[in-house]
Write a protein that binds this ligand. Structure first.
Ligand SMILES: *[C@@H]1O[C@H](CO)[C@@H](O)[C@H](O)[C@H]1NC(C)=O
Ligand SMILES: *[C@@H]1O[C@H](CO)[C@@H](O)[C@H](O)[C@H]1NC(C)=O
Ligand SMILES: *[C@@H]1O[C@H](CO)[C@@H](O)[C@H](O)[C@H]1NC(C)=O
Ligand SMILES: *[C@@H]1O[C@H](CO)[C@@H](O)[C@H](O)[C@H]1NC(C)=O
Ligand SMILES: *[C@@H]1O[C@H](CO)[C@@H](O)[C@H](O)[C@H]1NC(C)=O
Ligand SMILES: *[C@@H]1O[C@H](CO)[C@@H](O)[C@H](O)[C@H]1NC(C)=O
Ligand SMILES: *[C@@H]1O[C@H](CO)[C@@H](O)[C@H](O)[C@H]1NC(C)=O
Length: 325
């Protein structure tokens, strides 16, 4: 049989395309993943019982840097981001992701992942942002060895899962870079962290609402000099608001509703940067201090469902009046 030379009306366009492809591949030589990285990511896939169609797209290309949800970067073109939020993933989180030595951001939020959160990820020496919120993760957070070296983790969101057990205290000794911890809407028990900011001085957000924490508000929070948000509502906290809490003048949002907190709130006006204050649904007593009017930035105040008495401070009446005008 004789091969007929095929007539190609688009040969010029074809050469142009080939040239373009060559240029593109020359322009981004660093962006190809190592066999180890590909293997770590494929192990993640292997641990999933539903992958939301990822396998189909991932298996199409050998270079994992071009896979959906994966970003490579840095001087060596390593995998730096794994962003697989809201992908309908089911199954467990593979500890193999801890082998991605250049990984900075891992976001698996809004899936239906179950099982535990691998220690390899929590104690990763590269991850800066770890968000596994809105899943069905269970078990406790493993105690990290206090001897472990300082971790780079800054944002840790484990909110809205099924975690139980006490909050490991040694976390604060190794997570020295922590800026935001969001552990809300789980079933953690025991005391809330006693002196989190001695180990993690940059802590700005501590969100622990909707858990089963008990005991008092620890005086050791006074060491939190840049804490902006403290949320521990809907727990079983009791005792009085300690004077030391009123030293955390960086606080902008203090939210402790629906606990069993008692006593008066006389020192509250020392928290002069407060924008929102929610102490509703406790057993607080005494009157609302006149000095509450000193909180010039205050926009939201909840003190309902307590056992407070006395006159409404004139400053608040003023506020009411000016809002109505
Ligand atoms: C990747 O991590 C897993 C679990 O941590 C480990 O068992 C495995 O040996 C690692 N694989 C490679 C190629 O390093
Ligand atoms: C993770 O992804 C979700 C959905 O895109 C986003 O809302 C969330 O802010 C991300 N988490 C972090 C820590 O950036
Ligand atoms: C999880 O919490 C972090 C820090 O508070 C926040 O930046 C992130 O947006 C949260 N993620 C979701 C899905 O809300
Ligand atoms: C904590 O995470 C939840 C998601 O579960 C989010 O809605 C909330 O805004 C986060 N809180 C803070 C202070 O980042
Ligand atoms: C914590 O704060 C207290 C005063 O509230 C202070 O005496 C103590 O030295 C501080 N500790 C550290 C480690 O900063
Ligand atoms: C607070 O509750 C604990 C139990 O969780 C109890 O042992 C303690 O006596 C209570 N403290 C106050 C001041 O009511
Ligand atoms: C509420 O306050 C009133 C009067 O101050 C007092 O008689 C009552 O016992 C208090 N109730 C509770 C639950 O503390």
């Amino acid at each position: 049989m004789q091969m007929q030379p095929r007539h190609c009306p688009n040969s010029r366009a074809f050469v142009g395309l080939a040239l373009l492809l060559l240029l593109v591949s020359l322009a981004s030589p660093a962006s190809s993943c190592t066999a180890q990285e590909r293997s770590s990511l494929l192990q993640l896939l292997a641990g999933l019982s539903r992958d939301g169609g990822l396998a189909a797209t991932w298996r199409r290309d050998r270079d994992c840097c071009s896979w959906e949800g994966i970003t490579c970067g840095g001087p060596d073109g390593e995998v730096t981001d794994v962003s697989l939020a809201s992908r309908g993933l089911e199954g467990s989180i593979s500890p193999s992701l801890g082998n991605l030595t250049g990984l900075l951001h891992l976001n698996l939020s809004h899936n239906s992942l179950s099982g535990g959160l691998p220690l390899e990820l929590v104690s990763s020496s590269s991850i800066v942002v770890l968000d596994v919120s809105f899943n069905r993760l269970t078990g406790g957070l493993s105690e990290l060895p206090p001897s472990a070296s300082a971790l780079p983790l800054q944002v840790f969101n484990i909110s809205s899962n099924l975690f139980t057990g006490r909050f490991p205290s040694a976390i604060w000794e190794v997570m020295k870079s922590l800026v935001a911890l969001n552990a809300s809407t789980n079933s953690f028990t025991g005391q809330i962290p006693v002196t989190p900011c001695v180990g993690a001085p940059s802590l700005a957000v501590l969100e622990l609402s909707f858990n089963e924490f008990s005991g008092n508000i620890p005086p050791g929070l006074s060491n939190c000099s840049v804490l902006k948000l403290l949320g521990a509502g809907y727990n079983n906290l009791n005792g009085t608001l300690p004077d030391e809490l009123f030293k955390v003048t960086s606080l902008e949002h203090l939210s402790l509703p629906s606990n069993g907190l008692e006593g008066a709130i006389n020192g509250i006006s020392k928290l002069r940067n407060l924008v929102t204050l929610d102490l509703g649904g406790n057993e607080l007593t005494g009157s609302i201090p006149e000095s509450i009017g000193d909180l010039k930035r205050l926009e939201e105040l909840h003190l309902e469902h307590n056992n407070m008495s006395g006159e409404l401070p004139s400053a608040l009446k003023q506020l009411h009046k000016s809002r109505n005008n």
